[in-house]
Write a protein that binds this ligand. Structure first.
Ligand SMILES: *Cc1c(COP(=O)(O)O)cnc(C)c1O
Length: 431
């Protein structure tokens, strides 16, 4: 199996986190998001422990909550003692509602409005990760209005090609995010931050992209950022206390993907940082990382019910499901790979090559193409694996389809963390 929280029981049913998924589909209906709570907790601990060992001091992970945002997840990561990053006022609001300690929250994004900034400061956000000079001035002004000095990091573009999909690559010089070292804008924004009275510059941030299997791009990023810190120290007499290396470690979506030891990677980055700091003559900063996908992806699974099987002889076989791009837009957006199985016939021979199509009115509404399944029948339960990241958080009401429920699996227990939307929910704001 692609992940060790997945198995098949004696009835030939797919099990997730020890629960029979066919029973869960019966109990809660489909489409249905499942999240393995213990897996999320394990991953938080792996990161927290590995970072403490590798980087020492106050170094710790922040969960990139854009990967999966709802009240309960903020409670869980808070119970695990890690921080979070948020990218919108809606995520901020959710974290506040969940009682998340906001001093451990970092506010990202390339276009925070004045309203967002005021809301975040009034919510006592720990840090802004500031993207550009205009934003820097706006934060300075709002902080000044309240008589406080606001902690910030500056988002720097290190100019690294992470060898991942173009659309999820963020650290190259022409990115919409951050200030590039190469163009001199990174130094410029640093100099500006140091002159503003209501801002306390704590350090720098970079995030080079997502779903990165290779280890080298992270080392390159650390190297480039530490050199930048040394350069700024030499030129401006300012030494960064924090360096945030972002997220991006890859996840295994298909059998052919390698599995990654996050702890080993972190240990190696730690050794590199130690030697670079010595070489460059700078103090070792507190290191932060922002895993999103690698905390929650394989903690998730989505269940659907199969509808029509459409065979177009000599061309294609479609199996249609009762969800689609409205609950998982990632294949339609950028061709993301997923493993698909029939949950109620998990041991049957996969003799039928299908395209798994959603129910939305779009030809591009596909979950995956060319997957081998036991020939699907109407009523079969279709499981899409490894959907914990960027599925629920990217879902929409396209075609006025209600969002699925999200059920947590915690040992023997299963409970609803996000209830299924109703038609009344869908029309709630229609005047
Ligand atoms: C998306 C994002 C992350 C998380 O990336 P993953 O690939 O999910 O680990 C972390 N930091 C920033 C700034 C991001 O935009």
């Amino acid at each position: 199996m692609i992940s060790d929280n997945i198995s098949i029981n004696s009835a030939g049913h797919l099990c997730f986190a020890g629960h029979d998924t066919v029973e869960l589909a019966g109990k809660y209906g489909t489409p249905l998001y499942l999240i393995d709570e213990q897996r999320v907790r394990e991953r938080c601990r792996i990161y927290a422990e590995a970072m403490k060992n590798a980087f020492g001091g106050d170094s710790h992970p922040l969960f990139a909550s854009k990967a999966l945002s709802f009240k309960r997840i903020y409670e869980i990561i808070n119970e695990e003692g890690i921080g979070t990053d948020i990218v919108s006022p809606g995520e901020l609001y959710t974290a506040v509602l969940a009682g998340f300690p906001m001093e451990k929250a970092y506010f990202h994004g390339n276009n925070k409005t004045d309203e967002d900034i005021a809301f975040a400061i009034d919510s006592k956000i720990g840090y802004f990760v500031c993207d550009n000079i205009e934003e820097l001035k706006a934060i300075n002004a709002e902080a000044g209005n309240r008589g406080i000095r606001q902690n910030i990091l500056l988002r720097i573009t290190p100019g690294i090609d992470p060898h991942t999909l173009e659309k999820i690559s963020t650290g190259k010089v022409d990115s919409k995010f951050g200030a590039a070292i190469e163009t001199g804008q990174a130094e410029e924004i640093t100099a500006a931050a140091l002159t503003l009275p209501n801002i306390r510059l704590r350090g720098f941030h970079c995030h080079i992209g997502s779903q990165i299997f290779e280890f080298e791009p992270f080392c390159d990023a650390a190297r480039t950022m530490l050199s930048f810190i040394a350069d700024i120290k030499a030129k401006h007499g300012y030494e960064a206390e924090e360096l945030n290396l972002g997220g991006g470690m890859a996840v295994r979506y298909k059998e052919e993907h390698p599995s990654i030891s996050y702890a080993d990677n972190i240990a190696q980055i730690g050794a590199l940082i130690d030697s670079l700091c010595k070489e460059l003559g700078i103090n070792k900063p507190t290191i932060l990382m922002e895993p999103g996908r690698s905390i929650v992806a394989d903690a998730g699974m989505t269940l659907y019910t199969a509808g029509t099987l459409k065979e177009i002889k000599g061309f294609k076989t479609y199996v249609s499901i009762d969800g689609g791009m409205c609950d998982n837009p990632r294949y339609a957006l950028y061709g993301s790979p997923y493993t698909v199985m029939l949950a109620n016939r998990a041991n049957d021979e996969a003799d039928c090559v299908c395209t798994v199509a959603g129910r939305c009115c779009e030809s591009g509404d596909l979950i995956q193409e060319n997957v081998a399944l036991p020939r699907p029948k109407r009523g079969d339960i279709v499981a899409v694996l490894t959907t914990g990241a960027y599925n629920y958080s990217m879902s929409s009401n396209y075609n006025r389809l209600p969002r699925p429920a999200l059920v947590m699996l915690d040992g023997d227990r299963d409970y609803v963390a996000v209830r299924r939307e109703t038609y009344a929910d869908i029309t709630r704001n229609d005047v």
